[in-house]
Design a protein around this ligand. Structure first.
Ligand code: NAD
Ligand code: 89V
Length: 343
């Protein structure tokens, strides 16, 4: 198969990981880049040897013949850029959060499905190898039917120096980080019927909430708790590890700090190290996230080659984004929120 020709739109902080990953992946390459900031365009273009550079996305679509675009801008620009891709019949990957509102996200899904173009949200946390290892244990039926889950991300890591915009938005941890944890709870325990949420802001120097606790009823009958915090100072900083507890009818799964996986089930107890590999270009502690970027981008190339729907398609991600919207509504009202009413 001929190599897929891709373009990256948005050459900021996180896009550098995506560019490294594209360089590692067979079957696709980035032939052009776009950023409205000429300085970022130069930094990324020079680092990755990309000479075809655009400061305007419309000019990129007009000037290039593309098999896909990888949109790595922040949320406010996602809808116009995805709709532009749909108008040009170019398959699109869009970073999370997919859109500022669920209404925008629904319009983006409709635009792509009407145009017949594939759309994937870059929701990469479920692609982290430790999370995939938990999914594999569930699939093996070692712990029977899950009835409880806890997906936990608690840290005091300074995310604001790399991503200053995170300190200024009215919404913070649920929209930026909790969105990954909510997607993981869906990935492990299935879709959710009801969510109850409490939030707090501990750091006085930011605008949004930096602590959130969410209790969910899953359609399967399981209950889960997603808890996340950027105000939790621990003896050993775990960033950016997601810890997982799942209890099933025949056993338990514990994914603990330092990627230690303990499974107690039908065959007794097994402890393993599910640390992600440290890719040559990766930097600790981000290597866990960086590895998942390669995994999700490979998945996209496979999906385009085979004509299959990405696991985190736009349509799938509406259910994760609905959880974000429901969490904020429930935090404000202090009432449980039904998910089906939003979808
Ligand atoms: P950033 O601000 O560093 O980079 C965004 C870039 O997009 C900037 O260079 C900006 O000039 C450019 N841009 C914005 N609008 C544009 C437009 N209309 N046309 C062309 N260029 C435009 O942001 P970031 O920290 O790299 O985050 C980007 C996205 O990635 C966010 O949605 C963020 O939530 C997400 N993110 C995801 C992960 C993950 O693990 N999946 C991790 C970090 C960030
Ligand atoms: O994954 C993310 O979206 C990042 C971070 C891990 C820092 O929250 O914004």
């Amino acid at each position: 198969m001929a190599e897929l020709r891709g373009a990256l739109i948005g050459c900021g902080f996180f896009a550098v990981n995506q560019m490294h990953a594209w360089r590692d992946i067979e079957g696709a390459s980035i032939v052009a880049i776009c950023d409205r900031d000429p300085e970022r365009l130069k930094v990324v273009g020079d680092q990755f040897g990309i000479t075809r550079r655009y400061t305007d996305a419309a000019a990129l679509f007009a000037g290039e013949s593309l098999d896909f675009v990888d949109i790595a801008t922040t949320a406010p620009s996602h809808r116009p850029l995805v709709e532009m891709a749909a108008r040009h019949r170019v398959p699109a990957i869009c970073q999370k959060p997919f859109a500022p509102t669920l209404a925008d996200a629904k319009a983006m899904v409709t635009a792509c499905s009407d145009a017949g173009v594939p759309l994937m949200v870059h929701e990469n946390f479920r692609w982290q190898s430790p999370i995939q290892a938990v999914r594999a244990v569930l699939d093996s039926n070692e712990i029977g039917t899950p009835f409880f889950g806890r997906i936990s991300f608690r840290s005091a890591y300074d995310v604001f120096s790399g991503q200053p915009y995170l300190a200024t938005g009215k919404r913070f941890i649920i929209e930026d980080l909790g969105i990954h944890s909510l997607d993981i709870t869906r990935f492990l325990l299935g879709d959710v019927s009801t969510i109850t949420t409490r939030t707090a802001r501990i750091n006085p120097n930011i605008a949004g909430e930096d602590v959130a606790t969410m209790l969910m009823d899953h359609k399967s009958g399981a209950t889960s708790v997603v808890d996340c915090s950027y105000a939790t100072k621990l003896a050993t900083e775990p960033f950016p590890q997601t810890l997982v507890e799942i209890d099933g009818s025949d056993g338990t799964i514990r994914l603990e700090q330092n990627y230690r996986l303990t499974v107690t089930g039908r065959n007794g107890t097994a402890v393993s190290d599910v640390s992600p590999p440290l890719l040559p270009w990766a930097l600790r502690p981000w290597h866990n996230i960086q590895e998942s970027v390669v995994a999700i981008q490979k998945h996209w190339v496979d999906c385009l080659a085979n004509g299959t729907e990405p696991a985190t398609s736009g349509a799938d991600n509406l259910r994760t984004l609905a959880l974000v919207e429901a969490a904020y509504a429930g935090a404000a009202s202090r009432e449980p929120v039904q998910l089906d009413a939003l979808l």
